[in-house]
Design a protein around this ligand. Sequence first.
Ligand SMILES: [Zn+2]
Length: 248
Amino acid sequence: MMIQTSGIVIRESPVNEHDKVITLLTRDYGVIRAFANGARLPKHKIAAASCLLTFSDFSLNKNEKSVFTVREATVNEVFFDLRKSVPALALAQYFAELSLTLAPREEVAKDFLRLLLNALALLCKNQKPHLLLKPTVELRMLSLAGYMPSLVACDGCGAYLTEEMRFCPGSGRLFCSACTPNARFVPVHGSVVTAMRHICFSPPEKVFAFRLTSERAMKELAEASERYVLQIVPERLMTLDFYKVLMT
Ligand SMILES: [Zn+2]
């Protein structure tokens, strides 16, 4: 059976000197692995589309054992500017690994794809601090995957917003300072709570449209978000480790 969909390469593994297996985050079928025969030959017709973080329109063959093979591909976007900055490329690879971990298999995943493509475009433009981009992708992707944190109000008394609140990564819940349970928490100022709500609750086209001005607030957001990721995702995220080594 032939299928058509657009998607981005989120992992590539060589098979031999000619061929590789690519993992795609696709609009219509979520995460799929596909044989890209010939893709390691530089002039092959599917070579360009089979490179990591390249977004293309694919024609794929799916056989009776649900094995996918790339037949044709037309490149839409290569995010060339990512290669100009090692930290930007490392963060992009982390976003790709997060998608691989959280996006559905063989189900529609257009919201995941849109989030990843928008994040890579913003990384290329280098106009948003990583300290904002990273938690935005993390919290939104976790929300899409069914792990939206409980951010509507203090989980104890229902207070909507106080000057300083606490986010518990272990439970994904928010508390005011009076109600904080005996659990590990990240202090988050009111502006950070508002940003977290924006990331999780806003319509897809507005996800990145918020600002936090103080460095302290951005760091709180980044810490709350990363600790929540580490709580939810059981596997070791090698790309996150690499990014953090780069940034220290
Ligand atoms: Zn409370």
